[in-house]
Ligand binder design. Structure first.
Ligand code: NDP
Length: 323
């Protein structure tokens, strides 16, 4: 069991964590990134990426993350693979413990543990992921231009995704398991007023059905939640929008969270209530959730961490001089 010490400890290796690392390393903080169970984060389970600035051609999510990691390492980041099972934020050094007992200590801590889209966990969903089934309309909607698509869910995310998809498709169906939506009234009004959107009420998705030859999504098997009646609904694209779960289990009781478990930061900053502890990316942002916004806040976390260390060093000098 080893102890790894750094000026900047980063938990999570998606765009937020790796951007914090790139900035932190260039500022001489010799960061350590502890990669979690999904090194590279959510982008490693997507395919085509067309909205990350700087690339005129379509790039692949896993490739982008490999490049980001290589860039972080190139400027001096140490990447370590471990699963953090416990954190101690009492300071002055912030501590994270890996499942094998290794200890990671940081003078500053950047939390970039991300979030996971919730899935329905029904047959065909995993197999057809990236072949007609997606959990992100903003990322993948463009690829369904002119096609018949569905969105599954009844919250703000589902309604926003359905509205967004009308930019690409004239035939969008929202499928919800109840007869009323959970989303805000203004979004519901927009949804109902949009001629490109229909709503299928009281339907639960039982199975995603593949095209026998092409192998991509052909239809959904539905069950009526009131009558139990089964039906099939043909579609070329299905967006599962039943919410996201931030990876914040480790910080329960230690950092403030909202009712959905997202870390609360000082508005417009990545600063948590504990000085020296920062949060960036999807773990603190349930609104934008884009690779580029996560990277942006990761940069802000590194700049704030640098400032925090400089102020701490200055305060220590002043105290020493006074003694
Ligand atoms: P929500 O938890 O609000 O909604 C999830 C929806 O998915 C619900 O309608 C729920 O159905 C449905 N659902 C959940 N599990 C299943 C399942 N297994 N099968 C079928 N349907 C299921 O999640 P959102 O992602 O929509 O929103 C999360 C948070 O983010 C909210 O606080 C929301 O307000 C916020 N948000 C805000 C936005 C904004 O302000 N512009 C944009 C997006 C999100 P049921 O209703 O029956 O429970």
């Amino acid at each position: 069991m080893a102890t790894h010490t750094t000026r900047m400890l980063i938990i999570g290796s998606g765009p937020a964590g790796l951007t914090a690392a790139i900035y932190g390393a260039r500022a001489g903080m010799e960061p350590i990134v502890v990669q979690g169970l999904q090194p590279g984060g959510q982008l490693t389970i997507t395919t085509d990426v067309e909205n990350y600035p700087g690339f005129r051609d379509v790039i692949q999510g896993p490739w982008l993350m490999e490049e980001m990691q290589a860039q972080a390492e190139h400027v001096g980041t140490r990447m370590l693979w471990d699963t953090i099972v416990e954190v101690d934020l009492s300071g002055p050094m912030f501590r994270a413990i890996g499942d094998g007992g290794d200890v990671y200590e940081g003078e500053t801590l950047v939390i970039a543990t991300g979030a996971q889209a919730k899935w329905l966990h029904v047959p065909g969903e995993q197999e057809l992921s990236g072949k007609g089934v997606s959990a992100c309309a903003t990322c993948d909607g463009f690829f369904y231009r002119g096609k018949k698509v569905v969105v599954i869910g009844g919250g703000n995310t589902a309604v926003e995704e359905a509205l967004y998809l009308t930019n690409h498709s004239e035939d969008v169906t929202l499928i919800h398991r109840r007869d009323s939506l959970r989303s805000e009234k203004i979004l519901q009004d927009r949804l109902m007023a949009n001629p490109r959107i229909s709503v299928l009420w009281n339907k639960r998705v039982e199975r995603f059905v593949a095209h026998p030859e092409a192998g991509d999504l052909r239809a959904l098997e539905l069950i009526d939640t009131e009558t139990g009646e089964k039906s099939e609904f043909e579609t070329e694209g299905a967006f599962v929008a039943i919410g996201h779960a931030p990876s914040t289990e480790l910080f329960k009781g230690k950092l403030e969270m909202d009712s959905s478990g997202y870390l609360i930061v000082e508005p417009g900053t990545p600063r948590t209530a504990i000085p020296g502890v920062f949060a960036c990316g999807d773990v603190m942002d349930h609104t934008y959730r884009q690779a580029v916004t996560a990277a942006g806040v990761g940069c802000m976390a590194a700049l704030d961490a640098e400032r925090y260390l400089a102020e701490k060093a200055f305060a220590e000098k002043v105290t020493e001089a006074a003694e």
